[in-house]
Design a protein around this ligand. Structure first.
Ligand SMILES: NC(=O)c1ccc[n+]([C@@H]2O[C@H](COP(=O)([O-])OP(=O)(O)OC[C@H]3O[C@@H](n4cnc5c(N)ncnc54)[C@H](O)[C@@H]3O)[C@@H](O)[C@H]2O)c1
Ligand SMILES: [Zn+2]
Length: 342
């Protein structure tokens, strides 16, 4: 087997391995809890990775698309767990991108009040972001990820072989989050080989999560900094009717956050230029898509769930690094939009 990297993630006094490398899915059996006699494998049609847990297993497929990230899917999964008599000593294995690991993780968190879940992440975004950190959940009509639980996985497997079939666009989405990590730490992730690169992203997210597992709203440098670039990104996803995928929107959002920080005199023009360069170096577009109404974007940003009280709340770079900054005026937000590369 070629080289692999294992990152031990410690959260809330417990530690679990994240194994990154080519062919590492073969280690699934050895990573299961010793008590597991049955495994429910949750995946989606078209996901090329097959897994062999080495014990009795049942594969359950969930639908494609965010509308299947739902309580109905959780109910369907739990019905299947009941049929196969999955106990608390057994395990759920989620094989897929963030959509699968979020839903399967949430079903696992509530089945018998919690059974171990192992994530086999098959998208770049899943490997560097969604499978790490223990947030699970589903959408409601009222909004995304409104129902969920913190449920840390028992182990995570990032088999790089899965990335060979991943559509270009999905790869770009992962690169958007990677560019975000670049700014959180200053690490040039592009200078690393793939296993180290993903391992490092996992470590960066794990360190942030370890310090603030439950996202304490008063912690300005806690888990909230993982939303760097995300305030405009969420608005762009909605305003473009999802023409811009999440990671692509995050890339533009990072460049925008730099303009906001500049307008507040938190960073200098060289640091703003560095944002544009870094985003482009990760193969992403920095420019604001044409034809979007600034009023609509401001309105959408004001509705973003991370926003509190007066003014807009952003996660911004500054002399002490990236942190949450509340009370940003609408005129600053507008000026920063006007200063965006086109
Ligand atoms: N829990 C968290 O902390 C967290 C963080 C970020 C995002 N998320 C969630 O993650 C979801 C997005 O995840 P995603 O970007 O991984 O998308 P996704 O899971 O929707 O996967 C995208 C598409 O790629 C397909 N696919 C997956 N792996 C493949 C492979 N190896 N080859 C070919 N096709 C493959 C999937 O079947 C799907 O059609 C969102 O629901 C988001 O809310 C959660
Ligand atoms: Zn994101």
């Amino acid at each position: 087997m070629s080289q692999s990297v294992t990152v031990d993630v410690t959260v809330g006094g417990r530690s679990y391995p994240v194994v990154v490398g080519h062919g590492v899915v073969e280690r699934l059996g050895s990573l299961l809890p010793a008590t597991a006699r049955r495994v429910a494998v949750v995946s989606q049609a078209g996901i090329p990775l097959t897994v062999d847990p080495g014990v009795e297993s049942v594969v359950v497929h969930i639908g494609h698309g965010e509308e299947y990230k739902s309580l109905a899917t959780v109910e369907m999964l739990c019905d299947r767990f009941a049929e196969m008599r999955l106990t608390r000593h057994d395990a759920v294995v989620a094989v897929g991108g963030g959509m699968v690991t979020d839903v399967a993780g949430f079903a696992a968190s509530s089945w018998h009040r919690g059974v171990p879940v192992l994530h086999v992440a098959t998208t770049l975004l899943g490997m560097v972001d969604a499978a790490i950190g223990g947030k699970t959940g589903v959408n409601l009509r009222a909004g995304k990820n409104l129902v969920g639980a913190f449920w840390q996985p028992h182990a995570v497997i990032c088999d790089l072989d899965a990335l060979a079939t991943l559509p270009e666009r999905e790869l770009r989405c992962g690169m958007g989050e990677m560019a975000k990590y670049h700014f959180l730490t200053g690490d040039n992730l592009l200078a690393m080989e793939w296993p180290e690169r993903i391992g490092r992203c996992v470590q960066i997210k794990a360190d942030v999560v370890a310090a603030d597992e439950r996202e304490d709203p008063t912690n300005r440098r806690g888990r909230a900094i993982l939303n760097y670039g995300h305030t405009l990104a969420h608005a762009l996803e909605i305003a473009t009717g999802h023409d811009l995928a999440h990671g692509e929107a995050v890339a533009v959002g990072l460049v925008y956050a730099a303009r906001v920080a500049d307008a507040l005199e938190r960073i200098d023009s060289a640091r703003v230029a560095a944002h544009d360069e870094v985003v482009r170096s990760y193969g992403l577009r920095a420019a604001l898509p044409a034809g979007l109404d600034p009023d609509v974007l401001i309105e959408l940003m004001a509705r973003d769930k991370k926003v509190v009280d007066a003014g807009l709340t952003f996660v911004l770079d500054g002399p002490d690094g990236v942190e949450t900054v509340p009370g940003v005026s609408e005129s600053i937000a507008r000026a920063a939009l006007a200063a965006m590369p086109r």
